[in-house]
Write a protein that binds this ligand. Structure first.
Ligand code: VGL
Length: 204
């Protein structure tokens, strides 16, 4: 069976970008390379998936209810919307996560589609065994998603020029990339993807 790759864009949302409730200093830097990666995957006929943090107003994830984070990415708010310059190709599968008020929802594998489907099931159906991961934040959701994908046996490549981190402690994003690499993830860049050496068109 032909096993194919998919692009998984993690949480490129307003609240994680400059001006947002949990802003990453240069979070919006990922938008352009992410758009380029999405275009490449779409042109190759490969699936593009995009997760979004999608919290209820009351969740233990937020500081005021016992968690560590300021209120961010509350369902249906502007802060939870994808960055306005993010271009998701037609057919992009959106996964909403962090819906359970008892859980942080860091990993995209906790996400569900509009019609309630989960990532595991979708990837199996799409015959995807390889994930290219980019987005926000390197040291939280990208890290957790990557680790979970590796645990589940996916081949994982992280696009290092299309990720940015919270870095509450300076250097955490760098450490997160090292952790991902040690756990078995490959690191490359969108720039490198554009050379065409990585993506093969799916077999017809
Ligand atoms: C994230 C911190 C809190 C992320 C989400 O998307 O990486 N980080 N909630």
């Amino acid at each position: 069976m032909h096993e194919k790759a998919a692009l998984l864009i993690v949480d490129v949302q307003n609240d994680f970008c400059p001006g947002g409730a949990l802003q990453i200093t240069d979070g919006d830097r990922v938008v352009k390379p992410t758009n380029r990666a999405a275009q490449l995957f779409a042109a190759a006929g490969l699936p593009v998936l995009a997760s979004r943090d999608w919290h209820p107003p009351t969740t233990r994830h937020f500081r005021k209810f016992g968690g560590v984070w300021p209120v961010h990415c509350v369902q249906e708010t502007q802060g939870a919307a994808f960055h306005p310059a993010l271009l998701l190709p037609k057919g992009t599968i959106v996964l909403s996560k962090g819906i359970n008020p008892e859980m942080d929802g860091y990993s995209a594998f906790e996400g569900v589609t509009y019609d309630g489907r989960i990532l595991d099931e979708l990837l199996q159906e799409l015959q995807v065994r390889e994930l290219y991961i980019c987005g926000l934040a390197t040291d939280y959701c990208v890290l957790c998603t990557t680790r979970e994908a590796l645990r589940k046996g996916f081949k994982v490549t992280v696009l290092t020029d299309a990720v940015a981190g919270v870095d509450i402690v300076p250097g955490e994003s760098e450490t997160a990339l090292e952790t991902m690499e040690k756990a078995g993830a490959h690191l490359t860049t969108v720039k490198e993807l554009q050379t065409g050496k990585h993506l093969k068109l799916p077999e017809q």
